[in-house]
Design a protein around this ligand. Structure first.
Ligand code: SF4
Length: 253
């Protein structure tokens, strides 16, 4: 039997409300400028990014706010070297650096900005590292809240693309060519006890430039690019307006 008094329950609820407000504040204070950020073009669906620049997104779910919050805390407290949270901004068509404040309506879809987590020097080479949170325990809410154990065997392809875009930006802005990227996966279920690194070769500069330019062309065009339906549609902030056929969306696993 719950013996908590009504007054104590109300007090508990008030503290929860204040915590959720604090989470939301941290997540929403990180207002990005109106530029194409590397994370806009890491995924396969440029229709989503096209909407990002033209439509109001649906508000963030409670789960997304909680996830972003953990990510923000982690990034503020886990520098892996002297150079971290380094901001870059470049015109990909001219291959020249450009101050973010000089990006405007005319050159917006020529330029990309991005903030690299950690730049490490290892045995004379520049390495681009990025921390990503995940959970090895999946909660099945429909199944009464049972837990399912998962393993991470390979990095997410979107994150590999993200590090390649950073490589391009660093090459344009600093003239240095990074050879390797490292994605460090941190498991929320074990409080980040066993960091899991995935090390991989980054693509050649010309190849990355061509991928990025193709994506910029798609988001610059006047009509929506085609849908690219993947599991990421489940969390797309423009799902309502895009309205992809539900039966084609793979379940998130
Ligand atoms: S719902 Fe899917 S297909 Fe539509 S814009 Fe979003 S990610 Fe792209």
């Amino acid at each position: 039997m719950d013996t908590t008094s009504l007054e104590d329950r109300r007090l508990g609820e008030e503290v929860i409300r204040r915590f959720k407000e604090a989470q939301k504040r941290v997540v929403t204070q990180d207002k990005r400028s109106n530029t194409v950020h590397a994370s806009h073009i890491t995924g396969d669906c440029m229709r989503r990014t096209w909407y990002d620049f033209r439509e109001k997104p649906e508000s963030l779910s409670v789960e997304s706010i909680a996830n972003f919050y953990v990510g923000q805390i982690l990034h503020k407290n886990a520098s892996l070297g002297k150079k971290n949270e380094v901001h870059y901004s470049a015109n990909i068509r001219t291959m020249k650096p450009i101050p973010t404040k000089e990006i405007n309506d005319i050159n917006r879809f020529d330029c990309v900005t991005g903030t690299a987590d950690d730049l490490i020097e290892f045995e004379g080479n520049l390495i681009i590292a990025d921390k990503k949170t995940w959970s090895s325990l999946k909660i099945n809410y429909r199944d009464g809240g049972s837990y399912e154990k998962r393993e991470k065997t390979e990095p997410d392809s979107n994150y590999i693309t993200q590090l390649n875009i950073y490589k391009l930006l660093i090459y344009i802005c600093d003239g240095v060519e990074a050879k390797k990227g490292v994605l460090l996966y941190l498991d929320k279920a074990t409080s980040f006890k066993d960091p899991l690194p995935f090390v991989f070769d980054l693509k050649p500069i010309d190849e990355i430039r061509s991928i990025v330019t193709d994506k910029l062309n798609l988001i610059r065009q006047h009509i929506e690019p085609d849908r690219v339906i993947t599991k990421y549609c489940n969390y797309c902030p423009h799902k309502k307006i895009c309205d992809p056929p539900k039966e084609l969306i793979p379940r998130w696993s």
